[in-house]
Design a protein around this ligand. Structure first.
Ligand SMILES: CC(C)(COP(=O)(O)OP(=O)(O)OC[C@H]1O[C@@H](n2cnc3c(N)ncnc32)[C@H](O)[C@@H]1OP(=O)(O)O)[C@@H](O)C(=O)NCCC(=O)NCCS
Length: 174
């Protein structure tokens, strides 16, 4: 059941783009206006967009594999790459996704533990994230793993303004 992790580099670009679009679409397409969603996906998961994010020294993507099979990925931001706060002692979990067929098997929990350790080892105090307020399953998942709501921020899917809960975990308790 133990996952292995690899930090993504440019040679992973195509696979990273593919898993990013696939997991996002599977999770959220059904709950969004098709036009807004298409517009968002075309921009957010364009090869050029992901390449730019990969090359940002303050962002890291990691693949999570089980038995060498890719089961999910996550993205971490520090410093200026954070979408809010931008404090030096903060680290943002911007994305965490497990492929649909591998969900509910405990991989997300393992990934979150690993992410907390990365933050702690990088001397960060706060691990934080934004999660769509309608994503009840994910909110419950974060709460179960010690995250607490500390605010909200708007998030646009095309022209549709949605509300994300901002949630944080204090890494100093580790
Ligand atoms: C949220 C997510 C990363 C959790 O990973 P996971 O491997 O399924 O998580 P685990 O198996 O460790 O734990 C499952 C828990 O996650 C939550 N969960 C959220 N979405 C879920 C989904 N689609 N399927 C299963 N569990 C889900 C449930 O609360 C579940 O709790 P339970 O065990 O009490 O039923 C993963 O389900 C996922 O990628 N979901 C879709 C994308 C998403 O919402 N990402 C977060 C964006 S902020």
């Amino acid at each position: 059941m133990e996952l292995t992790y690899s930090l993504c580099c440019l040679t992973d670009l195509v696979q990273l783009r593919e898993i990013s679009e696939q997991t996002f679409t599977t999770a959220f397409e059904k709950d969004n206006d098709p036009t807004d969603f298409k517009k968002y996906v075309e921009q957010a998961f364009a090869l050029a967009t992901i390449k730019k994010e990969l090359l940002n020294p303050n962002s890291d993507f990691y693949f999570a594999c089980f038995n060498k099979e890719l089961v999910g990925y996550f993205k971490l931001n520090v410093k200026e790459a954070q979408s809010e706060l931008k404090h030096d002692d903060g680290i943002e979990l911007e994305r965490i996704y497990v492929l649909k067929k591998h969900q509910g098997l405990g991989y997300g929990e393992q990934m979150l533990l690993h992410i907390k350790n990365i933050g702690h080892n990088r001397n960060k105090k706060i691990l934080w994230l934004g999660v769509w307020q309608e994503n009840k399953g994910a909110i419950q998942f974060y709460e179960r793993h010690g995250f607490q709501k500390f605010g909200t921020h708007p998030y646009f899917i095309g022209s549709d303004e949605q509300t994300d809960w901002l949630m944080r975990f204090h890494l100093s308790i580790l």
